[in-house]
Design a protein around this ligand. Structure first.
Ligand SMILES: *[C@@H]1O[C@H](CO)[C@@H](O)[C@H](O)[C@H]1NC(C)=O
Ligand SMILES: *[C@@H]1O[C@H](CO)[C@@H](O)[C@H](O)[C@H]1NC(C)=O
Ligand SMILES: *[C@@H]1O[C@H](CO)[C@@H](O)[C@H](O)[C@H]1NC(C)=O
Ligand SMILES: *[C@@H]1O[C@H](CO)[C@@H](O)[C@H](O)[C@H]1NC(C)=O
Ligand SMILES: *[C@@H]1O[C@H](CO)[C@@H](O)[C@H](O)[C@H]1NC(C)=O
Ligand SMILES: *[C@@H]1O[C@H](CO)[C@@H](O)[C@H](O)[C@H]1NC(C)=O
Ligand SMILES: *[C@@H]1O[C@H](CO)[C@@H](O)[C@H](O)[C@H]1NC(C)=O
Ligand SMILES: *[C@@H]1O[C@H](CO)[C@@H](O)[C@H](O)[C@H]1NC(C)=O
Length: 455
């Protein structure tokens, strides 16, 4: 062999080695034992060749826009595929062909639109699927079919309006313990399908921050979960909102504003239905007011406790006040109610024998008498000022001080509940004003909201 020939073959060998190593680990990536990291490398498509023995491939934070068929053909050992923060809008048929060992797939923060049935087919070992923060509007019915190893699926921060809950069953997804559908656009859920979800899935179902319409079937399901202390409900109590009559402007936090669920039958801790009743009451300052505590519970053995807006507990025995009285049937009477007594009065009736309790809420609004004739209020005010001026002039011009001038116009009673006004216009003998206004329309959706399932 000539020197020239030897040099040539060495050159070819080097070229070959060089070429091989380029094929094995792309220059923009880092290949570390079983992991290839090509994150934030400005990639617009997957490198044509990647180490075939890799278990983990990280191509997150790039500009990938699609995943073609057999893209990962030559990586049979792949288990973790990280593709978050790209521009992927579609996955072609067979994109995950030959990577059936995939266990962790992160496609979050991409541009996926419709999750097609074929996307993840064959990934029967897949345990975690991250699809949050895409542009997903639709999840096709069979999408999760065959993904029998799934443990966690994240769909939050998309625009999903419907989800195929019916496709998730005990036998099809025995390990699924997290299904995150929060922050989407669902208005009505097929609650019967939701209630038929395996217990493990329900426990890990996140539905907060959707556009749910307030109704009894919705409320009773969330109530059921809250009784069981599920994390989804406990950790995101305030994010659980619904829209009254579907109006997005009338969004309420339904765990704290449960009075909107008038007459909804919800399950009690003892799997007994209980009814929350609410009424609004508009009265005038100085009125005698009676609040009854009629709840779904009836019987002679009930004990009643009222909670005033100032968070004072009032029971039959705690009353030490002439201004408040309570009857054994739970009715609370406030003799002269003042503006400061406005607020939500909550009565709890407890059936000690049956270990049941039910509540009633009354939202009392006390108006000053002036508000009665609002249109004449201005003239009244003017009259008052004139009168006051005359009185002041009289007081200053009168040499002696009369004793009754010092008579207090207001005294404060020991009760936290009621402050007394000595008002000349309304006295104790005046009949009570019971002006029931704005009873919330019942939002009954179905009768069968008593939901007793196994725990
Ligand atoms: C990929 O899978 C197909 C069939 O599913 C098979 O014919 C092909 O040989 C596989 N390719 C590799 C590189 O394993
Ligand atoms: C609720 O969802 C909207 C989009 O649907 C999102 O912009 C908002 O940040 C979410 N709020 C919370 C508290 O997650
Ligand atoms: C709601 O409850 C109240 C009090 O029990 C009852 O008078 C009313 O008829 C109920 N409304 C409906 C729709 O059931
Ligand atoms: C009731 O109130 C009076 C005076 O306000 C007080 O002396 C008395 O101890 C109170 N009784 C009870 C049982 O609280
Ligand atoms: C409770 O008892 C009082 C006094 O006996 C009565 O005036 C009131 O009407 C009763 N309330 C109800 C709801 O029956
Ligand atoms: C009502 O409350 C306001 C502010 O808390 C207080 O200034 C006022 O004196 C109270 N009025 C009565 C009658 O107690
Ligand atoms: C209602 O009943 C449950 C169970 O007996 C009890 O833990 C709870 O404190 C009761 N609620 C009220 C307000 O009495
Ligand atoms: C009670 O009613 C008043 C007036 O209708 C309303 O402004 C207030 O928010 C209500 N309070 C509660 C706790 O619902």
């Amino acid at each position: 062999m000539t020197t020239c020939g030897r040099a040539q073959s060495i050159f070819l060998l080097l070229l070959c080695l060089f070429h091989d190593s380029r094929q094995t680990c792309p220059s923009v990536c880092m290949c570390i034992s079983d992991t290839v990291s090509c994150s934030s490398s400005g990639l617009v498509r997957l490198p044509s060749s990647l180490p075939s023995f890799s278990v983990t491939l990280d191509v997150s934070h790039n500009h990938l826009s699609w995943l073609g068929p057999s893209s990962l053909n030559k990586m049979p050992r792949l288990e973790n595929l990280w593709m978050a923060h790209n521009q992927i809008s579609t996955l072609s048929h067979g994109a995950f062909q030959n990577v059936s060992g995939l266990r962790y797939l992160d496609l979050s923060s991409n541009k996926l639109n419709v999750v097609e049935q074929h996307y993840f087919q064959g990934l029967w070992r897949l345990e975690e699927l991250r699809l949050f923060n895409n542009k997903i509007t639709q999840v096709e019915a069979g999408t999760l079919n065959g993904l029998s190893s799934l443990k966690k699926v994240y769909f939050s921060f998309n625009q999903i309006t419907h989800f195929p809950f019916f496709s998730i069953r005990d036998h099809s997804h025995p390990f699924l313990a997290m299904l995150d559908l929060s922050s989407n656009r669902m208005t009505r859920l097929p609650w019967e399908d939701v209630k038929a979800l395996p217990g493990l899935v329900q426990r890990g179902l996140y539905l907060h921050n959707n556009s749910l319409i307030c109704d009894c079937s919705m409320y009773s399901v969330f109530w059921h979960w809250s009784l069981r202390g599920y994390d989804s409900v406990r950790d995101f109590t305030d994010e659980h909102t619904c829209n009254i009559y579907g109006d997005p402007r009338a969004s309420i936090r339904f765990f704290s504003q449960n009075r909107f669920f008038l007459n909804c039958s919800v399950e009690k801790s003892f799997l007994q239905p209980v009814t929350v009743l609410l009424s609004n009451l508009l009265v005038l300052d100085g009125d005698r007011v009676r609040l009854d505590c009629q709840t779904s519970l009836t019987g002679a053995d009930l004990e009643f406790t009222w909670l005033s807006p100032k968070k004072d507990f009032i029971t039959l025995t705690s009353i030490n006040d002439t201004l408040i009285s309570m009857f054994s049937n739970g009715t609370l009477e406030i003799n002269k109610i003042s503006v400061n007594d406005s607020g939500l009065y909550l009565c709890t009736a407890v059936d000690v024998k049956q270990a049941l309790n039910a509540t009633r809420e009354v939202n009392v609004t006390v108006l000053l008498p002036a508000a009665e004739s609002f249109n004449t209020g201005y003239t009244t005010l003017l009259g008052c000022i004139v009168t006051l001026t005359v009185i002041l002039i009289y007081l200053f011009l009168t040499p002696c001080r009369c004793s009754y001038c010092k008579q207090p116009i207001a005294t404060y009673n020991h009760s936290n509940l009621s402050a007394v006004f000595f008002s000349s216009t309304r006295d104790q003998s005046k009949p009570e004003h019971f002006k029931h206004v704005a009873f919330m329309e019942p939002m009954m959706s179905e009768e069968g909201t008593e939901w007793t399932t196994n725990t």
